[in-house]
Design a protein around this ligand. Structure first.
Ligand code: NIG
Ligand code: FE
Length: 408
């Protein structure tokens, strides 16, 4: 992998582009920052002498944002895939000692270097498709040293790849086996030791909990949120994935950035999210893998005006997916998002879910240059193809990070 700093600068005039509405557009980048964007005819005369990057009529979108991943972990769980094909449910597998705790064992055994190498390869797949900002959760260590190891790898990935990484502490993802029957004590550990220590080390941008009958209760979730609030950290929640626990309404009371999964979300939960401004993060990869049949309440979210984001939820159990565009396809096909909703779901709304709207999710004057040129004739193709990567060029943090060319 080339050092990010050695990649070519994207400074200059990007001409011959079309935006998602089909309008001709041009972008001026100076010192890695967008200085001007608009109709080519309105380009200021002062831009005349800039080096030109000819777009050749390519579609341009903001850099993609994957706002929910569990990218750093050891091992894989193809065996559970086989068990589920034979009829076991996700909950059956978890209760039988598989599931998240199986990945916890493998992650604890892995060195920081080994985790960095395997995660780096996964991240490279996301980046090759135009991702410019990504969330990475802990939650497969479930002990201070191992949660730290995951979060350190996440930070190192951001530096090595020149990509915005937002870290999320998910110490309350599952009960570690050594705390069996003592979930209250484990939550004490999470709130009193793990979270304060990792936050003090600058490793935590947000705090998440898996609120579910196979994970943590509403009361336990609230304790973690209180600990996050005391440290001034934003919260988000794995909410109402397998049942309606009332987690979204609780998260909204704590001003959650987002509530994620939400297949079983109630109208009360939607109303609370709307009032709090929380983003609904849809994860069609997990829905698909688990062969779920309970659709998230898309129509009600739309009617309420709750912004919807779409993410990979990359993890070894329920969404071993490394393509955000495939999630765009599934969000449209399975969840019936419209094309503009799905594109906003992996750009503007995903940026909001991560709290990075000032720097990601749009091509705006004063924002770092993060945008993607696509080899497609129309924007609908971003959702239409699957198993295909129609990227032409990725500009990430002001550098030409991917140059696949017009023929890809
Ligand atoms: O987002 N729902 C909980 N967490 C992950 C699954 C993690 C796993 O099975 O390893 C999810 O789907
Ligand atoms: Fe998840």
């Amino acid at each position: 992998m080339k050092p990010f700093d050695s990649l070519p600068s994207a400074d200059g005039l990007w001409s011959g582009l079309r935006d998602v509405s089909g309008a001709d557009t041009a972008i001026v980048v100076e010192q890695g920052v967008v200085r001007w964007v608009g109709e080519p005819a309105a380009l200021p005369g002062s831009c005349a002498g800039l080096p030109v990057h000819a777009g050749g009529g390519a579609l341009v979108t903001p850099g993609l944002v994957d706002c929910h991943t569990h990218l750093v972990y050891g091992g894989q769980r193809a065996n559970e895939f086989a068990l589920r094909l034979a009829g076991a449910s996700y909950e059956d597998v978890a209760r039988a000692g598989g599931g998240i705790v199986a990945t916890v064992r493998a992650t604890r055994e892995a060195s920081e270097e080994a985790l960095f190498d395997t995660s780096s390869a996964r991240l490279a797949s996301l980046l090759a498709e135009g991702v410019c900002a990504v969330e990475i959760k802990s939650g497969y260590g479930l002990a201070l040293a191992h949660e730290r190891k995951q979060l350190r790898v996440a930070r190192r990935l951001g530096a090595a790849h020149g990509v915005t990484v937002r870290t999320t502490f998910l110490g309350a993802h599952a009960l570690p086996p050594e705390y069996a029957g003592r979930s209250g004590e484990y939550i004490d550990l999470v709130c009193r030791e793990m979270l304060p220590a990792l936050a003090a080390e600058g490793l935590v941008d947000a705090v998440d909990v898996f609120c579910e009958r196979i994970a943590f209760s509403l009361a336990e979730t609230e304790r973690v949120f209180q600990a996050a609030q005391a440290l001034g950290l934003p919260v988000k929640l794995h909410a109402e994935q397998l049942s309606d626990m009332g987690g979204a309404a609780l998260a909204a009371r704590y001003g959650a950035l987002s509530c994620d999964h939400i297949e079983h979300l109630s109208q009360a939960g939607i109303d609370a999210m709307r009032a709090a401004g929380s983003v609904a993060v849809l994860l069609p990869g997990a829905y698909y893998t688990l062969r779920d049949t309970q659709l998230p309440p898309i129509e009600a979210l739309r009617a309420a005006g709750v912004p919807m984001a779409v993410a990979t939820d990359h993890n070894p159990g329920t969404s071993p997916c490394l393509s955000l565009l495939l999630m765009v396809n599934m969000a449209c096909t399975l969840f019936r998002l419209t094309l503009p909703e799905a594109i906003a779901g992996v750009t503007a709304h995903a940026a909001r879910a991560l709290g990075v709207s000032a720097t990601h999710g749009a091509i705006g004057v004063g924002m770092p240059a993060n945008f993607v040129l696509w080899n497609v004739a129309e924007a609908a193709e971003l959702a239409y193809w699957f198993g295909q990567r129609p990227v032409r060029t990725v500009v990430r943090q002001g550098r030409i990070a991917v140059e696949a060319g017009a023929g890809s």
